[in-house]
Design a protein around this ligand. Structure first.
Ligand code: ADP
Length: 487
C-alpha cells in the first residue's frame, strides 16, 4: 500500500465549516480501493479531541510553537486520524478560524505553521514504523508543508498541494518569519513572498511537487487574472504541474435511499416519496404548501456565492408562485437581507441563519431547486448533493459548477441530457432569466422529472477522481501505474 498523509484544517465528521471538510473526510475511503492508505493530520480542536476513538499517543513535541504538544492517533468516522494536540493553539471554543468576535485568531499564523511543521516531522520519520511517502496538503493552512520540505532538512516524502479556494491565501506580515522554524534561505527567495507579505498558500504553490485543484474548469480559470487573485502568473508558470481533479461526494453519507436525516427515504424509482420531505421542510420553515417550485439555498452567505444577486429577485420569485428556503450564515448584510425577505413574505420565504447539517440534508431531499449562483466556485458540493437527491441545481457557469451540471437548453432537453439550469454571466439579469426558465421547466412535469432522474443517476462519486489522485501519487514516486501495489 502507498502511505499518504493528508494534512488539513478540517475533516468531516469531526469538524466542518465547508466543502473542504467533506472532501478531506471522504478521500481516505475513496482512495483505499486504489492501494492508498491515508491518514489525516488535523489540529486538535476540542471537537477533534472529543471525537477521537481509541486515541493513543504517538509522540510528544516539547516547546512546540509556544507550548507543549502531542501527536495522538485514533479513528473517527471510519478514517485514521492523527491529531496535533496542542491546547495552547487549538483548545478554544467555536469556529476553528475565528475568535468569538468573528475575527481571525491573531495567532493563526502560528496555529497553522505548527500543523504544517508537524506534518513535516511525520514526513521525516518522527514516528517509528510510520513513513508517509506523500504529504497531501490542503489549502493555505497546510501550505507551509512543502516549504519546510524544500528549505529545511530534506525528507523522502513527495508533496501535493490541493487548492480548494484560491481566495484564502494565509497572508501575514514578515515579523512572523522567525517563529516559523523555516530555514532562513526561504526568506531570501521569492517563494513565500506575496506583495510584501508572507503567503502560506503561495509558499505551497511555489514549492509542492504537484499542484491540484478541485475541477478542470477552475484549474484553467485560476491561470487568468479574473480568477487567479494575483497568483495567476505563478500558476501559469507551473501549468505542467497543475491538475484539475473534480471532487466527488461521499455517496454513503449522502444517499437519499438511506439518509436518516430525511423524513422519508427514496430512490429514482420512488421519487414521488420526496413529497413527504417537502412537507416536512414546509413545516420547518413555515412555508404554506403551494403549487410552484421550492427554491433552496444552503451556503455560506458571502460575496463569492453571488447571493446578493438573488436578494432583489425574491419578490419576483414569490410573485411567480415560487417559494424559497435559505439555510446559511455569513455576511451580516446578507443575513439581514434574507431575514427581511422572509418577513415580507411570510409563508413563502423561510430563513434559518446558522449551520445545521441535518437540515441541509432535509433541504436536498425535499426542495425542488438548489440555487448556486456563485461568482466563482472551485468545485461546489451542494450542486452535487442536489443532483444525487433530485433537487435540480440552478448554477452559474463557473468552475466546478460548469463541469458538473448540463444546462436544460432546448437542444439538451430534446437530447435527454439536461441535469439542471446553467446561466452566465453572473449578474442579476441572467439570474432572473434563469429563475424564470426554471419555473417554466417545473411547469412541465414530464420534462422536470426526467431531469431529476437523470441527475440522480449521474455519477457524482469519487470513483474516477480517486483513481486520478492515486495515479498522481504514483507518478510522483516513479511507480508504474499498473504495478502490483500491495507490499
Ligand atoms: P464552500 O466549501 O465554498 O462553503 P461547497 O459547496 O464546496 O462550498 O461546500 C459547502 C458544504 O457546506 C456543503 O456540504 C454544504 O451542505 C455545507 N453547508 C454550507 N452552509 C451550510 C449550513 N448553513 N448548514 C449546513 N451545511 C452547510
Amino acid at each position: 500500500m502507498l502511505e499518504v498523509l493528508s494534512v488539513a484544517s478540517e475533516a468531516f465528521p469531526l469538524i466542518k465549516t465547508g466543502g473542504l471538510a467533506d472532501v478531506v473526510g471522504a478521500l481516505p475511503a475513496a482512495l483505499a480501493p486504489h492501494g492508498v492508505s491515508m491518514r489525516t493530520l488535523l489540529p486538535g480542536y476540542p471537537k477533534v479531541m472529543a471525537g477521537l476513538e481509541g486515541g493513543r499517543e504517538l509522540s510528544v513535541l516539547d516547546n512546540f510553537f509556544g507550548g507543549s504538544a502531542r501527536l495522538v492517533a485514533g479513528r473517527a468516522g471510519g478514517i485514521d486520524i492523527i491529531a496535533l494536540d496542542a491546547p495552547h493553539l487549538y483548545d478554544r471554543p467555536g469556529s476553528p478560524y475565528l475568535n468569538p468576535s468573528g475575527v481571525d485568531w491573531s495567532d493563526n499564523w502560528q496555529r497553522y505553521a505548527a500543523l504544517s511543521f508537524a506534518a513535516y516531522e511525520l514526513g521525516r520519520g518522527l514516528v517509528e514504523g510510520y513513513q508517509p511517502q506523500i504529504l497531501h496538503c490542503h489549502d493555505w493552512q497546510a501550505g507551509l508543508v512543502p516549504a519546510y520540505v524544500r528549505y529545511n532538512a530534506p525528507i523522502p516524502a513527495k508533496t501535493v498541494l490541493t487548492v480548494h479556494n484560491i481566495a484564502f491565501q494565509g497572508l501575514f506580515g514578515w515579523e512572523i518569519f522567525n517563529g516559523l522554524r523555516l530555514d532562513f534561505r526561504a526568506a531570501g527567495e521569492q517563494s513565500i513572498e506575496y506583495y510584501g507579505r508572507i503567503s502560506y498558500l503561495k509558499a505551497g504553490l511555489q514549492t509542492a511537487d504537484a499542484l491540484t485543484t478541485v475541477s478542470p474548469t477552475y484549474a484553467s480559470e485560476i491561470r487568468t487574472a479574473a480568477f487567479g487573485m494575483g497568483l495567476e502568473g505563478l500558476l501559469r508558470a507551473r501549468a505542467d504541474s497543475l491538475h484539475g481533479i473534480l471532487n466527488g461526494i461521499d455517496t454513503g453519507e449522502w444517499d437519499p435511499a438511506h439518509d436518516e436525516k430525511l423524513v422519508q427515504g427514496y430512490s429514482v424509482a420512488t421519487i414521488a416519496d420526496r413529497q413527504r420531505n417537502k412537507d416536512a421542510l414546509c413545516a420547518r420553515f413555515g412555508i404554506a404548501p403551494g403549487k410552484g417550485p421550492m427554491f433552496a439555498v444552503v451556503s455560506r452567505l458571502t460575496w463569492q456565492k453571488g447571493l446578493d444577486l438573488l436578494l432583489p429577485l425574491c419578490d419576483s420569485l414569490v410573485a411567480q408562485g415560487a417559494t424559497l428556503v435559505v439555510l446559511g450564515s455569513g455576511e451580516p448584510g446578507l443575513e439581514a437581507g434574507f431575514r427581511a425577505a422572509a418577513e415580507r413574505h411570510p409563508g413563502r420565504i423561510g430563513v434559518q441563519i446558522g449551520y445545521d447539517e441535518a437540515v441541509s440534508h432535509l433541504i436536498q431531499g425535499g426542495a425542488d431547486v438548489m440555487l448556486v449562483p456563485s461568482r466563482f466556485e472551485p468545485c461546489g458540493l451542494t450542486q452535487l448533493y442536489g443532483l444525487r437527491y433530485g433537487c435540480v441545481p440552478l448554477v452559474s457557469r463557473t468552475g466546478g459548477l460548469a463541469d458538473t451540471v448540463i444546462d436544460a437548453n432546448a437542444a439538451a432537453v430534446e437530447a435527454g441530457v439536461a441535469t439542471g439550469v446553467v446561466f452566465a454571466p453572473v449578474d442579476q439579469d441572467a439570474l432572473d432569466e434563469a429563475l424564470r426558465r426554471t419555473i417554466a421547466l417545473y411547469e412541465r412535469p414530464g420534462v422536470w422529472q426526467k431531469m431529476q432522474r437523470r441527475g440522480m443517476k449521474s455519477d457524482v462519486s469519487w470513483a474516477a477522481s480517486a483513481e486520478k489522485y492515486a495515479d498522481l501519487y504514483r507518478d510522483l514516486l516513479g511507480i508504474e501505474r499498473d504495478a502490483d501495489f500491495d507490499d
